[in-house]
Design a protein around this ligand. Structure first.
Ligand SMILES: Cc1cc2nc3c(=O)[nH]c(=O)nc-3n(C[C@H](O)[C@H](O)[C@H](O)COP(=O)(O)OP(=O)(O)OC[C@H]3O[C@@H](n4cnc5c(N)ncnc54)[C@H](O)[C@@H]3O)c2cc1C
Ligand code: SF4
Length: 484
């Protein structure tokens, strides 16, 4: 558990600013607190029930937050749960891993007034966990079964949310995934200390009980073609996420001991799940007793540094070319990482990896922020002659992800992609350039968030339903006209 980990790490002694550390420590505890009924009610009662619920507006699934907070404050937990799950397929997951400081909580009026946000995510998690404990979370039972079927490529949050919504409408749902487990990045990307794997497995079990069929270790484009899926099903949803790691092209990039972030995190997650991971067991992907440098400033970089701390790294440094205010990752995550002893080297960019066969150091350059570019973001610029060296045994590249070449993998010219390689869709219908083929989640948006993938999956399910029923109506119309 994170709190135990903090005690173990004796964080107070690492920080020169003891009072600041104490304050941040309280924040950290708050985020990971498992509420008891009294604490949850007290927290929920802090909601001012303001007229304009900015929290709801900034929640991608538009959760009815003020109302379920009020029900929680009144102890009406089953109603609170019913309301919260009406807009979100996996509230206990979002409660754990949404970057609430950028979404609901960051826009809470109490926070904006300077009194500290209502901890919406922690309450959401609490009421859903209570719902699981008390048997209120039930498999979907459609009012009527339909013969029509939908094939979903990808068992990440986007595909799973769509699968549940389509089952609710009575469709026969088949989910295909190249991995051996259900969950996509929920299982293999996001570390266990942020999202326990049994929480994802519990949802996968519920979907199976709801009648969703999973075809695992089945890569579309290799084991089965997209054309075959179009023949098998009345509609197809592509929810394959983005997985092509951006690499750093600098001297020494080929040295041993340099890894893409996802290789590192997948190994850690697989190990946590009890799998045999040779590259971890031989020490390559294990940070224990190593000096680790992580390059990047997003949430994936934060997951890497915090995983390395938990594996017992001797030191963990994070190199980012902009400053703290301009990093893409959540400020909350950075605060956690600092609490855990990670050292941030802001305004620093790698110039070369140094070593003899194996990495021994990263040579970096100091940067300053220049004038804003077309997007309004200040461009980092090198400070000449500012080169410095950081010794390390392992370097992890966490520079973000691009889409794989899906049209190539699916061997079709019919699937139109954007210049970034994401799938182009009609935003009113979520349909791709292929008739009856829809897309949702990161493969449309680029690397994004779980809660956005859920939202897209839900919207895609609606559109697929509309498409299939319109086709049925068109098919039935000539027959009806002939009878008339
Ligand atoms: C390290 C890391 C940490 C993150 N942390 C957070 C966080 O804390 N909070 C948050 O909100 N978001 C986080 N994200 C982002 C979040 O995980 C994604 O936005 C979200 O999972 C996208 O969902 P998805 O369903 O579109 O795709 P994914 O979750 O990527 O799932 C896609 C699935 O498709 C499968 N697939 C791909 N190609 C094929 C194929 N050809 N055939 C069959 N199956 C295929 C994959 O195996 C995978 O299971 C994180 C991302 C990473 C990488
Ligand atoms: S789904 Fe995410 S953004 Fe919405 S209320 Fe829950 S934690 Fe906040």
């Amino acid at each position: 558990m994170p709190n135990r980990m903090l005690k173990f790490l004796d964080l107070g002694s690492r920080s020169p600013d003891k009072r600041g550390a104490e304050t941040r420590r309280r924040d950290f505890d708050e985020i990971y607190q498992e509420y008891d009924p009294a604490a949850a009610a007290a927290q929920a009662a802090r909601c001012s029930q303001c007229g304009i619920p900015f929290c709801q507006v900034h929640c991608p699934v538009q959760n009815n937050i003020p109302d379920w907070l009020m029900l929680t404050a009144e102890g009406r937990l089953e109603e609170a749960y019913e309301l919260s799950q009406a807009t979100n397929n996996f509230p206990e997951i979002c409660g754990r891993i949404c970057p609430q400081d950028r979404l609901c909580e960051g826009n809470c009026v109490i926070e904006l007034a300077g009194h500290g946000t209502v901890t919406i995510g922690a309450v959401e998690r609490y009421i859903t966990e209570i719902a699981w404990q008390r048997g209120w979370v039930k498999p979907v039972k459609p009012r009527r079964e339909r013969e029509r079927s939908v094939g979903i490529i990808g068992a990440g949050p986007g595909g799973l949310a769509a699968a549940e919504e389509l089952r609710r409408k009575g469709y026969q749902v088949h989910v295909y995934d190249r991995y051996d487990r259900v969950g996509g990045l929920l299982v293999y990307g996001i570390p266990n200390f942020k999202l326990e794997k049994d929480v994802v497995e519990r949802r996968a079990g519920l979907l199976r009980e709801s009648g969703v069929s999973f075809h695992l270790e089945c890569e579309v484009g290799r084991q089965v073609t997209i054309e075959e899926l179009r023949q098998r099903h009345d509609a197809v949803l592509i929810a394959t996420g983005v997985y092509k790691a951006r690499a750093i092209k600098i001297p020494g990039a080929g040295l041993n001991g340099i890894f893409p972030a996802l290789d590192y995190l997948i190994a850690a997650n697989r190990k946590g799940l009890g799998d045999r991971v040779p590259a971890f067991d031989d020490g390559s992907l294990d940070a224990k007793d190593k000096n680790v440098v992580v390059i990047g400033g997003g949430d994936t970089a934060m997951d890497c540094v915090r995983t390395a701390v938990r594996q017992g790294a001797s030191s963990v440094k994070c190199l980012y070319r902009r400053d703290r205010q301009n990093m893409p990752g959540s400020q909350r995550e950075v605060a956690h990482a600092e609490e855990e002893g990670v050292e941030f080297l802001w305004l620093s960019a790698p110039e070369a990896f140094l070593g003899n066969g194996r990495i021994q150091a990263v040579r970096a350059l100091r940067m300053h922020l220049g004038i804003p570019d077309a997007t309004g973001r200040q461009t980092p610029q090198v400070i000449e002659g500012s080169s410095f060296t950081i010794d390390c045994d392992t370097a992890i590249e966490a520079l973000g992800f691009d889409p794989e070449d899906l049209a190539g993998l699916f061997d079709t010219d019919a699937l139109t992609v954007t210049r970034w390689g994401t799938i182009k869709i009609d935003f009113r219908t979520q349909m791709t350039s292929m008739d009856g083929v829809f897309a949702a989640g990161d493969i449309v948006r680029g690397a994004s968030l779980v809660v956005w993938a859920i939202r897209d999956g839900r919207d895609a399910a609606e559109e697929i339903h509309r498409y299939i029923t319109a086709k049925e109506a068109a098919r039935d119309r000539p027959a009806a006209q002939a009878v008339a």
